[in-house]
Write a protein that binds this ligand. Sequence first.
Ligand code: SAH
Ligand code: F3S
Length: 436
Amino acid sequence: MKKKVYIETYGCQMNVADSELVATILNGEGYELTKDINSADVIFVNTCAVREHAEQRVLSRLDYFNTFKKKKPAVKIGVLGCMAERMRQSIFEQKPFVDIVAGPDSYRNLPQMIETTESGQKAVNIILSKEETYEGILPTRYDSNGLSAFISIMRGCDNMCSFCIVPFTRGRERSRSVDSILEETSQIVKDGFKEITLIGQNVDKYIYKDVNFAKLLALVADEAKDLRIRFATSYPQHFTEEVVKVMADKPNVCHYIHLPVQSGSNRMLELMKRGYTREWYLDKIKMIRDYVPDAAISTDIIAGFCGETEEDHKDTLRLMEEVAFDYAYMFKYSERPGTYAAKNLKDDVPEEVKLRRLNEIIALQRQLSEQSNIKDVGKTFKVLVEGVSKKSKDEFFGRNSQNKVIVFPKGNTKKGNLIDVKVTGYTSATLRGEII
Ligand code: SAH
Ligand code: F3S
């Protein structure tokens, strides 16, 4: 009988894509995936190390996994991904029942690692690679909605933003070959998906031979003409006009850009080693709006980074208003051991000040999102029907090109259709509409 593997995934889309690779690697070695943790022989948790809070959650989750091992001692527990890379052997000290610690470049070895643990030994592989892109392994999209597929086009990050652990946990930047990306694209088309998202920590730095990100985006858009194409994450310093032109030219490239700014203060941006200024960022926003006036723009913001003053914080609020972001992911600064900031700067903004600033940022974004939604009332959008609304079984929800969620009465349509929906109302979080 095949052994059953249960995988739980935390963190970014990259981790979701990595878990899909792990699924393929294990399937090929005689394991099968299960969604039922009770029946699992192997329990994997794919982890994020970007903020301490995310790590704490996983650590307490591990105790829960241990309750299954207590009932069935043959169960193996493995920590995968960024926390494995950051914490290394110290995971075994904190959680002695863990059997496997596997960093993001070690997944081809997972079958052997599981085997090693059969005799009661621990297995660790935290070697980072300069080449591994998991070329030749087609992801098993076991948890997808059947409509939306991620393609990981590059791995790692060389940017070394001073607050960020990712360059340490995911290693050096490397791009996958164009051919393997296009092969995966055509497979996704054959499998009936409706939307592709090209992902990497910093997609603007994709480069394979003479193909840069803009060219790759155009190639994928042509290969999958009837599918929507999205991408994430863009980086202000490297984001190019060429990419925006592809967005303007190719009808199936969605009008949505996630462009993390982190702070509106030049002093903070410098300490964060982001490599751009507030003015540079605003220029990029203007460039996007010149080519694609209806593009939605979202961002990431960190509140309370080292040395942040009230004035720096106000610069962030002012920048948010100036750009009028459609959406934002907002965080309190969390010091990560080993980063430039942890070694050289003081995490000196008191916790309650961080929290108050974060709350001000969240409150402002709520207003901005609402204003953005008000402007959509009366407009008609192409919406990809993604499923039944959580709140009412008589309604569907879907997304428009700008990545906004629209809820509408079911009518005669079905999941997977691309239909015209006219917006009739809004909240700060969603739009309401009707099929026309
Ligand atoms: N380029 C990546 C960014 C990964 S981290 C991507 O693919 O999205 C995602 C976001 O987490 C960052 O943009 C930043 O806003 C936030 N973040 C990173 N390190 C952090 C830290 N130490 N404390 C708080 N937030 C952090
Ligand atoms: Fe992190 Fe900056 Fe790279 S936020 S993932 S070091 S672009």
